[in-house]
Design a protein around this ligand. Structure first.
Ligand code: GLC
Length: 558
């Protein structure tokens, strides 16, 4: 029987390098810091690490504004550190995913600097420059809005033209209709794959192509965009996002990625839209992006019916050879613990769900210890460039936006990783970390949880090990188990693999519930709450928020 490619079986842990571990006491996390923590990640049991960008950049958007794709920002280290990181990850049998910001560069990138010297610059056409509707900066070329709501056109007085930026004004979009641009960016992709990246995460991939007509976007009634509909700010994103040429480009990019076969590589796209559109990025036969983030999981309530519906939708939309992803947080979103009422029991069951369902789990650093959202970051002092743009928003609006998954101060989810209860939670020995540590860090930190079998960390580690050793959990098909005695409280599914079957029961309630295994016994039962497996026969109670996995084999089939 043919095993799925490694990237379908893996588990991914996102490191935000600036906030992970500071090795040189400047208050900023760095690559040597990440290297120092690799043994921890290996101990935890994650298999792949994705790092947010660490390339040379003015850091106005903390690395998502690149000024040199082939160099490292000095605050994070140098090229030698980067190579050492890649080697050290591989030496531990793990894989590494790098962030690729293909859509735009920094305004400080030499291409843009040259492009803006004038209309006849040889690099003018590397970016999207247009005349305004009236001369003199009075009216932008059309009505297109950026992803953040304001017009995405920015006026350049010397040339009396406007450049387009899908995100912030200092992140001008590249012009992929210029073959030289596409070639140059595919060279960046090849460069990092050659350097040893096992996968690439594609930043706002859905914005790559803009419509060549530059026609106005049609009117829409929607005030705000969401995960499944990028229309918002009262216009459809018809000509600015999810362009058919971007979907075609996904396939082209895949052929480049597939040039690298030892090991095979993969790309995961940050794209927004309804599931059918997201599937198009992957291609019906899986010939596009290997994976796309399915952000719907970020906002799904932690109840059995809601999770069942989510799984059914993802299974319907991403059948083999396609494959879903499960994400509960990242460096742009409210931390998952916020939605869980900071309840460790809920954090443990969410982990059990994420690590037993069919799909690649993406964990965000700190989730494994139940790190909370940092509500105390003062908006006025925010480092996040988005916060400054939304300074005018009344404070009372922020919680409701947060509930919709929208963060206007992303500092709140980027606080330093709490390693221990010491100064700055062990993140830095410097004077001041770049962001304040979470006030709960003295209690919620790695050292405090490592030896405690009941901790969130131990539960993650237990479930990661279970998944890693189980062909069914890492590579099996999924079938919902129905009917159930209590479908409103319990979610149950089977993971089916020729070598073993695993049945998963998740008690998504704070009640004890009976689990009757007399008609469907198994051999071993593993709980997310404690270690040694139990015999899986007879009757048993499911503790509140407990997950159990029942195998039909005595040992893991290897
Ligand atoms: C993506 C990144 C975000 C960044 C933006 C612009 O959404 O995740 O952090 O600010 O793109 O590159």
């Amino acid at each position: 029987m043919i095993e799925s490619p490694w990237w379908k079986r893996t588990t991914v842990y996102q490191v935000y390098p600036r906030s992970f571990s500071d090795s040189n006491a400047d208050g900023i996390g760095d690559l040597p810091g990440v290297i120092e923590r690799l043994d921890y990640l290996r101990w935890l049991g994650v298999e792949t690490i994705w790092l947010s960008p660490f390339y040379r950049s003015p850091q106005t958007d903390f690395g998502y504004d690149i000024s040199d794709h082939f160099d490292i920002a000095p605050e994070y280290g140098n090229l030698a550190d980067c190579r050492r990181l890649i080697d050290e990850v591989h030496a531990r049998g793990m894989k590494i995913v790098l962030d690729m910001v293909l859509n735009h560069t920094s305004i400080e990138h030499p291409w843009f600097q040259e492009s803006r010297t004038g209309r006849s610059s040889p690099r003018r056409d590397f970016y999207l420059w247009r005349d305004g509707r009236r001369p003199g900066g009075a009216a932008p070329p059309n009505n297109w809005r950026s992803m953040l709501g304001a017009s995405g056109w920015h006026y350049d007085p010397p040339s009396d033209q406007w450049y387009w930026a899908s995100f912030l004004p200092f992140q001008p979009d590249l012009n992929y209709r210029n073959p030289a641009v596409k070639q140059a960016m595919l060279d960046v992709v090849r460069h990092w794959l050659r350097e040893g990246a096992d996968g690439l995460r594609l930043d706002i991939f859905n914005a790559i192509y803009k419509d060549a007509s530059f026609a106005n976007n049609p009117f829409s009634l929607r005030p705000l965009p969401s995960e499944h509909n990028p229309d918002g700010f009262f216009q459809q994103a018809r000509y600015t996002q999810n362009h058919p040429d971007t979907i075609a480009f996904a396939r082209e990019l895949r052929t480049v990625v597939d040039e690298f076969t030892d090991p095979p590589r993969f790309v995961v796209g940050e794209v927004f839209g309804h599931s059918d559109l997201l599937r198009e990025y992957c291609g019906a036969e899986g010939q596009g992006l290997n994976l796309v983030f399915l952000f719907k999981s970020l906002r799904t309530p932690l109840t059995a019916p809601a999770l069942r519906e989510l799984v059914q939708e993802f299974e319907r939309t991403f059948p083999e050879p396609l494959f879903p992803t499960y994400v509960f947080g990242n460096h742009d979103r409210p931390r998952g613990m916020d939605r869980l009422g900071n309840d460790p029991a809920r954090a443990r069951i969410l982990a059990a769900f994420q690590l037993t369902v069919r799909g690649v789990p993406f964990l965000y650093y700190g989730e494994e210890i139940g790190l909370g959202h940092h509500h105390g970051m003062p908006h006025e002092l925010a480092r996040d460039p988005i916060a400054a743009r939304y300074r005018f928003l009344p404070r009372w609006l922020l919680p409701s936006l947060r509930r919709r998954g929208i963060l206007v101060n992303r500092d709140e989810c980027r606080s330093p990783m709490p390693w221990d209860s010491g100064t700055h939670a062990g993140f830095s020995t410097g004077e001041t970390p770049w962001l304040p540590v979470h006030p709960d860090s003295p209690l919620i930190n790695v050292a405090a949880q490592r030896e405690d079998p009941g901790s969130v960390l131990s539960s993650y580690r237990r479930m990661l090990a279970l998944r890693r050793h189980s062909p069914a959990l890492s590579d099996g098909a999924l079938a919902i188990i129905e009917p159930l005695a209590d479908p409103r409280r319990v979610l149950a599914f089977a993971r089916l693999h020729p070598r073993e079957t695993a049945r998963v029961y998740l008690n998504l309630s704070d009640r004890e519930l009976p689990l009757d295994l007399r008609d469907a016994p198994g051999i071993r039962l593993h709980s997310n709450l404690h270690d040694p497996p139990e015999p899986a026969t007879g009757r048993r109670l499911l503790a509140p928020w407990e997950a159990v996995v029942i195998f039909d084999t005595a040992e893991f089939a290897s």
